[in-house]
Ligand binder design. Structure first.
Ligand code: AFP
Length: 279
């Protein structure tokens, strides 16, 4: 696991450089922003693949940017699913983005998850690594330095409601509005990594990306995004559900499967369970 932790740090430094390079960091007027962001996504995916290829304990990797998983070392025991640059469309407007890693043992799947990690590329580069505990690191002078252990309060103050509101189910809107009626503050950038990082560091709240009429299975991917953050939030003392079930109890059929997801402190998740439980 130490070799994987070190490799992720190397990828983060290289990805930070890639983001800062002007000709792939911004979408050009004449190019479709998708193509330029695609270049940056592919560049970040290549960086991670290169660094993980050097680690003999990694058996297989799966990237959100690739359709299929890739065998690296047949005697390895770790299976790593990752989103190389989640929220890459936000680079163009200079908002924070992030990389997400789910580390599984012997095969992919929530029940095989042994660690997860994310890196936030914002005003600072910060990394959160969840194994036995949830630990935060700050990139300073080209080294990641331990900052603190991260824990969620029983109840928070922030509400991050994802998805297109006109496509929410009425009872989902009822749940979201009930938190605002209690005085929760809206904090939503469209980047899963900074949005969940903020709630984690500010003591708690609720991030939700529900089933919607246009995305009945949710938008966020189980292996690359949902399970890694569910692992982090539960290790930090919070909870993570799909509306009714613990996310870490879910199965998956395909590496790109998605799930509705709610991550938060216990008070907020209990509210979701109460509303979803009677609908
Ligand atoms: P992109 O990677 O296409 O920018 O999407 C980012 C994301 O997957 C995740 O980071 C956000 O939480 C979510 O989408 C935002 O989706 P909505 O814009 O539908 O709320």
């Amino acid at each position: 696991m130490d070799a994987i932790f070190e490799a992720i740090q190397k990828t983060a430094k290289r990805i930070k450089t890639a983001i800062d390079i002007k000709d792939i960091g911004y979408s050009q007027q004449e190019n479709s922003s998708g193509e330029t962001q695609l270049q940056l996504d592919i560049k970040c995916d290549m960086i991670i693949e290169e660094e993980f290829s050097k680690i003999s304990s990694i058996h297989t990797i799966a990237s959100e940017e690739k359709e299929k998983e890739m065998l690296l070392h047949k005697d390895g025991k770790y299976f790593i699913a990752y989103d190389p640059l989640d929220g890459s469309s936000l680079v163009d407007v200079n908002l924070s983005v992030g990389s997400i890693f789910g580390i599984y043992e012997n095969s992919f799947g929530a029940k095989n998850m042994v660690a997860s990690c994310y890196v936030v590329f914002g005003p600072r580069v910060e990394m959160v690594f969840a194994h036995n505990k949830v630990k935060m690191y700050l990139l300073q002078n080209d080294e990641f330095e331990f900052v603190k252990e991260v824990r969620l309060n029983e109840k928070g103050k922030l509400n991050a409601p994802g998805g297109t509101q006109q496509n929410w189910k009425p009872y989902h809107k009822e749940m979201v509005d009930s938190l605002f009626a209690e005085g929760y503050r809206l904090r939503y950038s469209g980047g899963m990594v900074p949005d969940l990082h903020q709630i984690l560091l500010k003591g708690g709240g609720l991030f939700s990306y529900p089933a919607t009429s246009d995305k009945p299975d949710g938008k966020l991917r189980k292996l690359f995004e949902v399970f890694p953050f569910a692992f982090v939030y539960k290790k930090a003392g919070g909870e993570a559900i799909d509306g009714k079930n613990d996310l870490m109890e879910l199965e998956h059929n395909h590496i790109h499967d998605t799930s509705p997801c709610f991550f938060g402190s216990k008070y907020e998740i209990d509210k979701v369970k109460e509303v979803y439980g009677r609908n």
